[in-house]
Design a protein around this ligand. Structure first.
Ligand SMILES: [Zn+2]
Length: 253
């Protein structure tokens, strides 16, 4: 039997029988891991009732020789993020981000930057000092970059003109190719329209210093265009419908 100690964010928790919970975690040292928390439902004392969604914990779990899920042995709270769970809109955003990580990241594939990014946006969401929309734009842009699925927003994919030198104000995003074109080159094609100003802000929020990017004040138009674009682009490249995104759209309406 081997024992591992790491910090972890709870992405998902499901009931398993009358007594146990199965948790999907994103850990700092081993990426995504699913563990079984025995008697967590039967006895509150067992894990002091801290195994809630989005919480950041220090955990110890063990893996045996035989097949079966690793077993959670110890858990202590680092950040409870209770302001997320008591606010339905914050819960909707956090559910979307954690579902993306859960759907896209592979088991035991370590990516410390993904861990820090998720922990950072959850902290800011909990603190409530930043706009939820800006946090979601920031998370999606950076998560896609870390996953190697960044949209190419640097130049028109047809005439190759760099974004800074493009004259027309409207841009068209080609979802299938993951690239952008100026309206002059692609007047009718593409499904998603973005203004040039929005594209520049997306580039900045995706590459700039994280703590400065999160302070960026986006105009309503840029927020609406960016969310519309990313919430189509991201599921398309992940290759799945995301349940939490449906919920988020309902809440926002
Ligand atoms: Zn062009």
């Amino acid at each position: 039997m081997s024992s591992f100690s790491t910090t972890a964010i709870i992405l998902r928790r499901i009931d398993f029988g009358d007594y146990d919970l199965i948790l999907t975690l994103y850990t700092m040292d081993r990426g995504k891991v699913s563990v079984i928390a025995k008697s967590a439902k039967k006895s509150i004392k067992r894990f002091s009732g801290i195994l809630e969604r989005f919480s950041t914990l220090r955990i110890v779990y063990t893996t045996g020789k035989r097949k079966g899920l690793p077993v959670l042995q110890e858990a202590s709270m680092i950040k409870p993020f209770e302001h997320i769970r008591t606010d339905i809109k914050k819960t909707a955003y956090a559910s979307y981000w954690t579902e993306l990580v859960d759907e896209w990241m592979e088991i035991n594939f370590k990516n410390v930057q993904v861990y820090y990014l998720l922990e950072y946006v959850l902290s800011e969401l909990d603190a409530g000092t930043r706009s939820l929309e800006t946090l979601s734009i920031l998370f999606q842009m950076r998560f896609m970059a870390l996953s190697g699925l960044s949209p190419n927003l640097n130049n028109c994919c047809i005439c190759k003109t760099r974004m800074e030198e493009i004259k027309c104000e409207k841009m068209v995003f080609d979802l299938r190719k993951g690239r952008i074109a100026c309206e002059a080159c692609a007047p009718d094609s593409g499904h998603i329209h973005l203004s040039k100003g929005t594209v520049k802000q997306l580039q900045w929020i995706g590459d700039g210093d994280l703590k400065r990017a999160v302070r960026l004040r986006l105009a309503m138009r840029a927020i609406n265009e960016s969310l519309n674009f990313l919430e189509i682009f991201v599921p398309y490249h992940i290759g799945r419908e995301l349940k939490s995104l449906k919920f988020l759209r309902q809440i926002r309406r």
